[in-house]
Write a protein that binds this ligand. Structure first.
Ligand code: OXD
Ligand code: MN
Length: 608
């Protein structure tokens, strides 16, 4: 390739001088090149070819057993001042970080190839889009980047002579967890990552650039980079309403993004624009527009099946890279959540050892993944490539909460919605290393991904709201509430369409809601529960607003807010106080509209 951009050339030379690779290979994104990279991955044992009939052009990768998830404790935001990174980030001064990293990178690529991966995040010709480069010694990273981004010549076309591109430097090093660093340098638009090959740590386009650096860029330039899916809901009349939704990792965001409407909803169509990241801008008409900067899915395998996500099952039927799933003797893949055949002889677990189900350990790692091109999704929409993005009518903030939080609740205003997002908390999952099932605050599902002080981030959200003449409605949703036996109350998956339908109708102004202290909840008539095997008690629990527990929860938000000191926007404290006041108000129902019946006549609120 003839590289005329001098800034790119001199940066690549500089990193090569430090890392000392045997060879430098500039990638152009072609099919032939991709085939060659896959063959190289097989040759060096990083990729195992799968059964070509069952999984055409697909491969399995087994990672180092201690390199299976994002490692937040090794992830740093290296702003000049610690306050700019905020209490939500690990911080290191840029000089100190470079001084730590340079010796680690010195000569690390000796005997290896350095791949230069040029890519564009966002559609060609779009004001949303930004160019990035990743320099990596991992062929696994290179092939995943080919799936996850618009990779190759398209990036050079966009860049021209400009020196403005995101500089990612990655080496899997020795995969040593003690020396693992993922360091972000917003001022330099740079990320340096060493000693991990795991997606979120090593595919630097994803969490590192498209969220951490992009959120920081968005703050400076007036846009938002969010951990959100983007989905269009087309009604039988052909009108499409776009929804964006933030959920913490491994909380069903991907399944919701490509939900398959069934039964009475089979006249509806769902269009998937993206499942993980949304870049949002205020449009000339004062609406909010979104684009998915990525070009592929990096989804969680366990639990994905024909019931939970038939569209994803079709998406990963070919050209897919699986990581840390189980392997059957016929070279097909398996994970928990797929039917377990009677005979598991010859199954290898995610580490390649014979698997004995009686041992109690899982065959696939709980955070095992697949990487597949977005355009293979049966409900992919060309809108994904629209330079203008898609207009967003509703934003969802969802989390995994077994208690307290109702199935769905609409914010009164944009700023109340920002408060609902800012106070999101969720039970932790296997997507990050550490204990699972522990409730932690995860504002806007961005706690691990916001590249600057979250107090400023909340302020930025509030500011964006002031520029929106018709802001999207904001919702908090929770599919994960359980009964006394720990069973999920709401069937979830395809049935979430019922909730989306209520939301779409609210956006159209045609669905009823009842006003509660938390926000607007659906009325009994407005949420379609026909044909669901839901007891009255289950329905009541799903919409229960326990006044005392909520008061307690609202007061406990102070601990979180106080971490941000004076930087926290006053508006959030006002919203917290307003919630507390509403919860303390006299026990009487407050109706909005022509007296619809409240879905949940909870003792705490209705007091009747
Ligand atoms: C992801 C994550 O990989 O959120 O998308 O961890
Ligand atoms: Mn994610």
């Amino acid at each position: 390739m003839d590289i005329t951009n001098t800034a790119v050339r001199s940066w690549v030379e500089e990193i090569a001088r430090l890392t000392k690779p045997d060879r430098i290979v500039w990638l152009n994104g072609s099919d032939e090149e991709y085939a060659g990279l896959l063959a190289e991955g097989v040759r060096i044992g990083q990729l195992i070819p799968l059964n070509p009939d069952q999984h055409p052009n697909s491969y399995l990768h087994r990672s180092h057993p201690q390199d299976v998830a994002r490692t937040e404790q090794c992830t740093y935001v290296c702003t000049m001042s610690q306050d700019d990174a905020g209490p939500n980030n690990n911080w290191m001064a840029p000089d100190e970080a470079y001084a730590t990293l340079r010796p680690l990178f010195n000569g690390i690529m000796r005997g290896r190839t350095m791949y230069v991966v040029p890519y564009l995040l966002g559609p060609a010709g779009s004001s949303f889009s930004v160019v990035g480069f990743e320099l990596t010694d991992s062929v696994y990273v290179a092939v995943n980047m080919r799936i996850m981004t618009r990779m190759g010549a398209i990036a050079f076309e966009r860049l021209g002579d400009s020196p403005r591109f995101v500089k990612g430097v990655h080496s899997y090093g020795a995969l040593d967890p003690q020396q693992r660093y993922i360091c972000h340098f917003p001022q330099d638009l740079a990320v340096w990552s060493i000693n991990s090959g795991y997606g979120g740590n090593a595919l630097l386009s994803k969490k590192c650039f498209a969220l951490r650096l992009a959120s920081w860029l968005g703050k400076r330039e007036g846009w938002l980079a969010e951990h959100m899916f983007i989905t269009g809901v087309e009604d039988p009349q052909g009108r499409t309403t776009y929804i964006a939704g933030a959920f913490p990792s491994a909380c069903g965001k991907t399944n919701l993004a490509m939900l398959k409407p069934a039964g009475q909803y089979s006249g509806y169509k769902i269009w998937c624009v993206g499942d993980d990241i949304a870049w949002l801008r205020v449009g000339a008409d004062g609406g909010l527009y979104a684009t998915n900067p990525e070009a592929g899915f990096f989804g969680v395998a366990p639990g994905t099946n024909m019931k939970t996500n038939p569209n994803m099952m079709a998406t990963i039927a070919k050209n897919t890279i699986f990581t840390n799933v189980a392997l059957r003797p016929d070279q097909t893949v398996w994970w928990e959540g797929l039917d377990l055949p009677a005979n598991v002889d010859g199954f290898l677990d995610w580490q390649g050892n014979p698997w004995d189900p009686a041992s109690g350990h899982k065959a696939a790692h709980p955070n095992s993944r697949f990487t597949a091109p977005l355009t293979q999704c049966p409900i992919y929409t060309p809108k994904w490539n629209d330079p203008e993005g898609v207009p967003i009518s509703a934003i969802l903030f969802g989390a995994r909460r077994s208690t307290l939080v109702p199935l769905v609740c609409e914010a009164f205003t944009w700023q109340h919605g920002v408060y609902l997002g800012a106070t999101l908390n969720s039970e932790t999952t296997a997507a990050a290393a550490g204990a699972t099932g522990v409730v932690r605050r995860d504002p806007m599902a961005m706690l691990p991904f916001c590249g600057y002080n979250m107090a400023d981030y909340f302020g930025h959200w509030l500011n964006v709201g002031t520029r929106l003449t018709h802001p999207p409605k904001i919702y908090r949703v929770n599919w994960f509430r359980v009964d006394g036996q720990g069973q999920f109350l709401w069937p979830g998956f395809g049935e979430n369409m019922r909730v989306l339908k209520w939301i779409v109708d609210r956006c159209d102004g045609t669905a009823d809601a009842a006003e509660t202290p938390l926000g607007y909840l659906p009325t009994l008539e407005a949420l379609d529960t026909a044909g669901l095997d839901l007891s009255t008690e289950a329905l009541q629990t799903l919409f229960d607003v326990d006044r005392d527990k909520w008061l307690d929860a609202a007061r406990r938000q102070t601990d979180f807010f106080s971490k941000f000191g004076d930087r926290l926007p006053r508006t959030l404290l006002d919203e917290q106080q307003a919630l507390i006041n509403r919860l303390k108000e006299e026990r009487r129902p407050r109706w909005k509209g022509a007296g619809p019946r409240l879905l949940r006549m909870n003792a705490g609120w209705s007091g009747s």
